[in-house]
Write a protein that binds this ligand. Structure first.
Ligand SMILES: [Zn+2]
Length: 238
C-alpha cells in the first residue's frame, strides 16, 4: 500500500494538469505540471503524451529526484529532467508548471523578457521576468531537457535573480516555466504570467516607448503582498 502523502500528491498533480487545459493555457497534451514530496525526494508528474480523458489520477508517474521511475507503467513527461533540475537547484519550490500559452510563448519566441509595466505584474513578480539565451547546439545534442533546466538556473544565477521573488522564466524560442509552493500554485503562476504577458503586449502596442513602472510603486505592490511586512489579504487584515 502506497504512502498516503504520495497518493495525495498524485491527485493534486492530476488536477493541476487538468486545470491547465481548463484555463486555456494548453491545448491537447501540451504542457505539464509536477509536484514534489521534499521529505521523500519524490516528484509526481504527468505521463508523456496522454489524453487526460483517458487516464485517472493513479496514472500520474512518481519519479525520484535522481530520475528513477518509482511507480507507473507509463513513461513520465518528456520534460521531466527540466523539472528535476529546477527542484534540485531551487530547494524552496514545491511545484513546477510548463505551458506553451499564447502570450508568454510569444515573448519567449521573440526572445524578450516581460518588463514590469504595471501593478498587476508587481503584485506577483518583483521585477522583470527573464528570458533565457537560445539553447546551444551542443546542449540540444547532449541532454536537451536537462540543459533546458540548466539554462533557466543559469539565467537566474548570472543575473542574481531571486527565484522566490520571480517564479517564472521564459525559455527562448520555446515557452514559459513557472513554479510555486506546490503543483496547484505552479499552475496558478502560469495563468498569472499569461495574463501579465497579454497586458504587456497590449500596453506596448498602445505605447511602444512605455517606461517600466517606477520602483516605488513596484515596491509598494510587491511588498504589501510578500515578505515579513505584508498586509494584503485576510491573514493580515486588522
Ligand atoms: Zn515545451
Amino acid at each position: 500500500m502506497m504512502d498516503k502523502k504520495l497518493l495525495d500528491l498524485k491527485k493534486e498533480v492530476y488536477f493541476a494538469n487538468k486545470r491547465l487545459v481548463e484555463e486555456d493555457l494548453v491545448i491537447f497534451t501540451f504542457g505539464n505540471v509536477s509536484g514534489i514530496d521534499r521529505q521523500q525526494g519524490i516528484i509526481a508528474i504527468k505521463p508523456s503524451g496522454v489524453d487526460y480523458d483517458k487516464i485517472s489520477w493513479q496514472d500520474i508517474v512518481l519519479v525520484s529526484l535522481e530520475g528513477q521511475v518509482i511507480d507507473s507503467s507509463l513513461k513520465p513527461s518528456s520534460d521531466t529532467k527540466t523539472h528535476l533540475k529546477l527542484y534540485r537547484e531551487f530547494p524552496l519550490i514545491g511545484g513546477v508548471a510548463h505551458t506553451h500559452s499564447r502570450y508568454a510563448s510569444s515573448f519567449a519566441q521573440a526572445k524578450l523578457s516581460v518588463k514590469c509595466l504595471g501593478t498587476t505584474h508587481a503584485d506577483y513578480f518583483y521585477g522583470e521576468i527573464p528570458c533565457t539565451e537560445l539553447i546551444s547546439d551542443k546542449a540540444i545534442e547532449q541532454d536537451y531537457e536537462e540543459e533546458t533546466g540548466i539554462l533557466i538556473v543559469d539565467t537566474f544565477n548570472t543575473t542574481k535573480l531571486d527565484y522566490m521573488q520571480i517564479k517564472a522564466c521564459l525559455v527562448a524560442g520555446h515557452g514559459p516555466f513557472t513554479w510555486g509552493s506546490n503543483a496547484d500554485d505552479a499552475g496558478y503562476m502560469s495563468k498569472v504570467l499569461e495574463e501579465i504577458a497579454r497586458q504587456n503586449f497590449l500596453t506596448q502596442l498602445l505605447n511602444p516607448d512605455v517606461e517600466p513602472l517606477k520602483k516605488t510603486l513596484q515596491n509598494k505592490h510587491y511588498f504589501r503582498k510578500h515578505g515579513k511586512d505584508a498586509y494584503y489579504g485576510q491573514d493580515h487584515q486588522d
